[in-house]
Ligand binder design. Structure first.
Ligand code: ZN
Ligand code: ZN
Length: 360
């Protein structure tokens, strides 16, 4: 299998040439993983604009780093950023890019001392920008993570009933995702019943689900580092009331408008507006209290963000969520969320399970 990390490092090296730096010190762990395949918990990468990259990690990962990155030179040192800065200075580099979003003020002071006169310049979110467009292998992992997630939901829904607690439903869903092959959960599962469904990021409690409750479940599996993200909203134990049906239909219409707005080259603010307008026109603008969605990949929330700064344009092969919600404090809320991939023509839906307002 060709190593996907070599072309990724080559693309970053091209960015470095534009920045007129001789190397980048990559310290954001997920970016190191993206560029090397190394999955340990302490690492940094020195990537010259011209020349071979060097991975630093500590003594716990000697074996793992050799297995995951057999072609990379490795430095074993607990202080990974310091070790690579010394290495850069020894190599005669005089301008070094660093990830300002990751390096603390304290760490920057230490690196400046070690840099010994070499200039430290911000790299910006160059690696995050590369990560927006996924290759086929990454999309396949997201596809698997989403398939596990929706299968687990399907398996667990028959057990959801009046009297079960939010926490019990969350634990069952999580166990099922792990049993189906998830390496971990993508994030802490949200199970929110009744008035709790009006809290966008409610944490499951011991509240028993009551007859006629809205039940909002936001969940996802992680496969080989890649995160699924899906939300569905149900009614438990009774046919939905008019307000519940209307609220669900409104959010479904907004979500459809958002999905249909996904296209390569589209401004993320336009996509957000396509869904938000539906909700605002219905008089619920103030009850849609978050952005429309976010990129997903090695992180559960990553670029591009839709409805949050910074704005930008969607690229082909970029996975994003579309997740409008309307939350009525003290009553209940509805969110519908899918993970999709931006394609020419219609986006590819990865969370393939019904969005209908099911009665459980
Ligand atoms: Zn979610
Ligand atoms: Zn999400």
């Amino acid at each position: 299998m060709p190593d996907v990390h070599v072309p990724r490092r080559r693309r970053l090296a091209a960015v470095l040439a534009d920045l007129d730096v001789q190397a980048a010190l990559v310290t954001t762990l997920v970016n190191v993983r993206y560029l090397t395949g190394f999955t340990g918990s302490n690492a940094a990468l020195l990537l010259p604009a011209d020349g071979a990259a060097v991975l630093a990690t500590d003594g716990r990962y000697i074996t793992q780093s050799a297995a995951e990155c057999p072609d990379l030179e490795r430095v074993i040192d607990r202080e990974v950023a310091a070790a690579l800065t010394r290495r850069a200075v020894a190599g005669g580099f005089t301008r070094l890019a660093f990830e300002a979003q990751d390096v603390t003020v304290e760490a920057h002071e230490a690196l400046t001392r070690l840099a010994d006169g070499a200039e430290l310049v911000p790299l910006g979110r160059a690696v995050e920008a590369l990560r927006r467009v996924k290759d086929d292998g990454e999309i396949e992992l997201l596809r698997q993570a989403c398939a596990i997630s929706v299968q687990a939901l399907h398996d667990v829904l028959p057990q959801v009933a009046v009297g079960r607690t939010e926490r019990a439903v969350a634990r069952e869903l999580e166990t099922r995702m792990l049993d189906l092959g998830a390496e971990a959960l993508a994030f802490e599962t949200i199970v929110a019943s009744g008035e709790n469904s009006a809290v966008p990021h409610h944490q499951p409690t011991d509240r028993p689900i009551a007859r006629g409750d809205l039940l909002k479940i936001d969940f996802g599996a992680r496969v080989d580092g890649y995160h699924a993200d899906c939300t569905r909203t149900f009614v438990v134990g009774a046919e939905p009331t008019d307000w519940q049906r209307d609220l669900h239909a409104l959010v479904a219409a907004a979500q459809q408008a958002g999905r249909e707005a996904l296209a390569p080259g589209r401004d993320t603010r336009e996509v957000d507006a396509a869904a938000r307008t539906v909700i605002t026109d219905a008089g619920h603008g103030e009850h849609f209290t978050h952005g429309l969605g976010h990129g997903v990949g090695l992180e559960i929330h990553e670029a591009p963000l839709m409805g949050y700064a910074p704005a930008g344009r969607l690229d082909l092969c970029t996975p994003v969520t579309v997740e409008p919600g309307v939350y009525l404090p003290g009553r209940g809320g509805v969110r519908i969320e899918d993970t999709l991939v931006v394609r020419d023509g219609a986006p590819e839906l990865l969370t393939t399970t019904t969005r209908d307002l099911l009665v459980l």
